[in-house]
Design a protein. Structure first.
Length: 198
């Protein structure tokens, strides 16, 4: 009887120790993985800031006297909507807010604001030129942000669909580069817009 009780107590102690070891292992794994998760979140580039368009370092065709912008159609006046001009960017959590200031054909400065969710879900923005639908996704290393946008513009009784792919990256702490491929009924054009932090 005494041996049986001893065995039972021993078995209980062993089971308790096994449970404690399993719990300890889980805690250790969580402690090791948490910093990596936080580092992965923190490693994403933050584009927050006020940015001045640098025409000398930017490439791509544009109407004379107009800032280079992703929303401009080849050979025409600046249409706005997809980018260009000076930027004010606010990045908080999974939300990117971009305010673009552009000069129109009449010489008046106009500011438009667009908001993008950074979790791959659809973002809808509406301006006087129409509604756009965008998807923003990060590169695996969190260094580049790709924004795919589709916009249908109604004008003179007809509609035109423009799609663009913007790739945002920081070439250094004070230089923002946006590489854009825009597809319109007139064809595709590519450009690189460079901005300097104020």
């Amino acid at each position: 009887m005494k041996n049986n009780r001893t065995c039972t107590i021993t078995n209980r102690i062993m089971k308790t120790n096994v449970i404690r070891l399993q719990a300890l292992s889980l805690l250790v794994m969580a402690a090791l993985l948490l910093p990596r998760t936080l580092m992965a979140q923190d490693s994403k580039t933050n584009f927050t800031g006020s940015w001045t368009y640098n025409s000398a370092k930017s490439t791509g065709s544009q109407p004379q006297g107009q800032p280079q912008g992703q929303g401009q159609l080849p050979g025409g006046q600046g249409r706005g909507g997809f980018g260009g001009g000076d930027l004010t960017v606010t990045q908080e959590g999974n939300l990117l807010t971009v305010e673009r200031t552009m000069t129109g054909p009449d010489g008046m400065a106009r500011t438009t604001a667009s908001k993008y969710t950074l979790d791959g879900k659809e973002s809808i923005n509406t301006t006087r030129m129409g509604e756009s639908k965008s998807y923003a996704t990060w590169s695996p290393d969190g260094k580049k942000l790709t924004i795919k946008t589709s916009r249908t513009m109604n004008r003179n009784g007809g509609s035109t669909t423009i799609t663009s792919i913007e790739v945002w990256s920081m070439t250094d702490g004070k230089t923002l580069q946006i590489e854009t491929a825009t597809t319109t009924p007139s064809g595709e054009r590519k450009q690189t817009s460079v901005y300097i932090k104020k």
